[in-house]
Write a protein that binds this ligand. Structure first.
Ligand code: ADP
Ligand code: MG
Length: 258
């Protein structure tokens, strides 16, 4: 298939997001190819989390469209119009997207294994035996096979975040969104989480990663996107944006964080 005929993994066109009168995303365009790893960087408040939340339909956009593997997020086409999807249709579209948050967001009253199999069984109707088998294989992949019966509180932050990644993968998403996945971790636990993400990237997972880990961005990202004040200011190959930024705002930001 030629490049131009390939359906993007994520396609964002002309997106605007407002919270009341606060205009948080301005005319955002971003196309992500299958298997591409995009790191989103930028100052606090620049709209990085909001953009991920819109892709995952945790927030509705006020203008523009977002498509994941050709499926509209949050809206469906009726003739020439876009109509908001029902919660059921929304849930279906979201199955293809896995999200990992800064604060892990595991279910504290469920064991590690139960955390993983909850969505596959309840949302996707996966037979329980199959979900358990898949979950165990994923726990093995993130190095936590022996922790399946533990509760989240019994694990370190790094282990909890690896469980959260395995849980997100358990619904077999086509795209993974990471919102500062290592920011809440003690420094010595950051590496084990980045290793899991590196492994995912190597295995062709499409990933959008909000991160302050410039080393990771340089090493793993295909593309780096710099956001400021709700706009994509700069977007290009990782080495180009990180080493020879074209915009003054990108330069200033990189000088501060590195
Ligand atoms: P970043 O992740 O880059 O730090 P955010 O996407 O969290 O930025 O926030 C962008 C802007 O939107 C900020 O000004 C923030 O205060 C505002 N914002 C984020 N979430 C909400 C919300 N639920 N309601 C109102 N304003 C919000
Ligand atoms: Mg954020």
């Amino acid at each position: 298939m030629t490049e131009s005929a390939q359906v993007p993994a994520v396609e964002i066109r002309g997106v605007h997001k407002l919270y009341g009168s606060l205009h948080v995303l301005h005319e955002v365009d971003l196309v992500v190819a299958p298997g591409e790893v995009v790191c989103l960087i930028g100052p606090s408040g620049s709209g990085k989390s909001t953009l991920l939340r819109c892709i995952n339909n945790l927030e509705k956009v006020q203008a523009g469209i977002i498509q994941v593997h050709g499926a509209l997020i949050g809206y469906k086409r009726v003739g020439d119009d876009l109509v908001e999807t029902t919660p059921r249709q929304t849930a279906k579209a979201r199955q293809h997207i896995g999200m990992v948050f800064q604060q892990f967001n595991l279910f504290g009253h469920l064991t590690v294994l139960q955390n993983l199999i909850e969505a596959p069984i309840r949302v996707q109707g996966t037979p329980s035996a199959e979900a358990v088998e898949r979950a165990k294989a994923l726990l093995d992949r993130v190095g936590l096979a022996d922790k399946h019966a533990d509760y989240p509180a019994q694990l370190s932050g790094g282990q909890q975040q690896r469980v959260a990644i395995a849980r997100a993968l358990c619904t077999r998403p086509k795209v993974m969104l990471f919102d500062e996945p290592t920011s809440a971790l003690d420094p010595e636990l950051v590496g084990e989480v980045l290793d899991v993400m590196r492994d995912l990237a190597k295995n062709e997972m499409t990933m959008l990663v909000v991160t302050h880990e410039m080393g990771f961005a340089r090493q793993v990202a295909d593309t780096v996107v710099f956001m400021d004040q709700g706009r994509i200011v700069e977007h290009g190959p990782a080495a180009q944006v990180l080493d020879t930024p074209q915009h003054e705002r990108t330069k200033r930001f990189l000088d501060r964080v590195s």
